[in-house]
Each structure stands twice: as C-alpha cells, then as structure tokens.
Design a protein around this ligand. Structure first.
Ligand SMILES: C[S@@+](CC[C@H](N)C(=O)[O-])C[C@H]1O[C@@H](n2cnc3c(N)ncnc32)[C@H](O)[C@@H]1O
Length: 245
C-alpha cells in the first residue's frame, strides 16, 4: 500500500466497501482488506490465472473480508453504487478505452464515494548509468503495448481521461518508485530484463519484427549491467487521481 497506493490510504476506514479493479495477484487487494476491518473488498481481473493466485494469497494471509472474481473493467458485474471506493493500480495503461473504463468504475461507486487510479508513465522514466545494450527496451515495450491497444504514457493522461469521463472533482498527484539499492536493482532488472527475453512481451516484439531474439538477449545483458553498477538508479513516475463521485 505505502509505495503503490499511499494517496488512497487516508480514505480507507473500518467498515467501507472497496472494489480493486485489475487486482492481478491480489497483493494490494489483501492489504486494502487489512485496512477496512469488518468492511469488504472485492478484487476483479480479466485474467483468470491471476485471480486464482489472488485467491490463494488471500487464503494464506487469512484475509476473510476479501473475495475475488474474473471480470472486465468494461463491464463490471455489480449494481450501480455498490462500493464506497473503486481502485485501479497499473491497469488503465493496458485498456484500449480508459475513458469508458473510468465511466464504468464511477457507475459502481456510490454517490459521494471515490474512484482512485494510479498508473506509471514510461516516457517519464529515467535511469543511470545507461548501458547502450539496454537502450532499446523502452521503445520496444511501448511499441508492443500500443499495438495491443494500451497507452504506456498513462500517468500524464489520467486527469485528461477523468475529465473526459465526466468527473468534475479530481485531485491529481504524482509519486515515484525508485530502484537504487542492490536488492531493488536486482529485482527491477530481473523483472524487466526477464520480460525482455521470456514473456508475451518478448514474443510480441519478435512476432512484430521489432527485434530478434538475439537483439533481446543483448537488451537483457544491458539490464544486467545496469543492475550490477554500484551507482545504478532508476525512477518510475506515476500519475494518480482521486475522483469524487
Ligand atoms: C500491471 S497488472 C497490475 C496488478 C495490480 N493492480 C497491482 O498493481 O499489483 C495489470 C492487471 O490488469 C489486468 N487487466 C488488464 N486489462 C483489464 C481489463 N480490461 N479488465 C480487468 N483487468 C484488466 C491484467 O490482467 C493485470 O492483472
């Protein structure tokens, strides 16, 4: 919660209901559950596999007030006004119509409730040092993310999308992930370097002809070199919006 939804923490209270849209493996969802006492939290995700992971995590943590189901943000299976807070972290960047997604999130939030969204902004990411082999990673990722209908520079657009969705009371903010300790560099490098060689992203990069497997191996080596640098530093800016319904 602290590093990914700190802007929402002051609004979580005992007894409220929260919907976590695009909950992924449920790590944030379960932490929200720990902050709402005898309230209830529902996590939904369009990918059945991660919903299974989330169900297992909630069972391991004994999170009895958290439930999960498979659902798409474009058609949430809940009545109007069903939740006090509707939250999405790192989700709108992946959907082809983020304005429609925000309208649907507002529909299931109660009048006077909150829709809270946070997304990274790839174009704003900065890092040091810059091993030349690593350089292509961002262009390759943004190319395939856009080909899939997403918008990797989502953070800067959240306020615009909220206004287009009809929200009039929007509180914008921004926050940054920083990967600079040896442990954080190793984790971030394994995450992104790994995705550049073994993931659906790598497969799509190759299938679209943006790079070869050998090119991606070099990008991976660049990430490894960045993580090994004692002065390695990487910042990931995020846009955040708190929308009153
Ligand atoms: C980067 S993950 C974020 C997971 C989680 N919110 C977190 O921050 O740890 C994005 C998630 O959004 C989900 N997602 C993408 N498009 C979606 C959609 N149209 N409806 C619901 N979930 C979606 C993906 O399946 C994935 O689990």
């Amino acid at each position: 919660m602290e590093n990914s939804a700190g802007y929402l923490v002051p609004f979580l209270r005992d007894g409220i209901s929260v919907l976590d849209v695009g909950c992924g493996p449920g790590t944030i969802t379960v932490e929200i559950g720990a902050r709402v006492g005898d309230g209830r939290v529902v996590g939904v995700d369009s990918a059945a596999g991660v919903v299974g992971e989330a169900v297992r995590l909630a069972a391991e943590r004994g999170a009895g007030n958290v439930a999960f189901e498979v659902a798409d943000v474009g058609a949430l299976p809940f009545p109007d006004g069903a939740f006090d807070v509707v939250h999405a972290h790192q989700v709108l960047q992946h959907v082809s119509d983020p304005v429609a997604a925000l309208r649907e999130m507002r529909r299931v939030a109660r009048r006077g409730g909150i829709v809270a969204v946070r997304d990274a902004d790839y174009g704003g990411m900065i890092w040091h040092p810059r091993p030349p082999e690593m350089e292509p990673w961002r262009d390759l990722y943004t190319a395939v993310a856009r080909e899939a209908g997403g918008e990797p520079d989502a953070g800067r657009r959240l306020v615009s999308w909220a206004r287009q969705a009809g929200f009039t009371d929007v509180t914008p903010s921004a926050s940054i992930w920083c990967f600079a300790t040896p442990q954080d560099r190793a984790w971030w490098s394994a995450s992104w370097g790994g995705r550049m060689v073994r993931s659906d992203i790598a497969d799509r990069v190759v299938a679209a002809g943006h790079a070869t497997r050998a090119d991606l191996d070099r990008v991976h080596a660049g990430w490894t070199a960045w993580a090994a640098a004692d002065d390695g530093w990487f910042a990931v800016p995020h846009g955040e919006i708190l929308c009153r319904t």
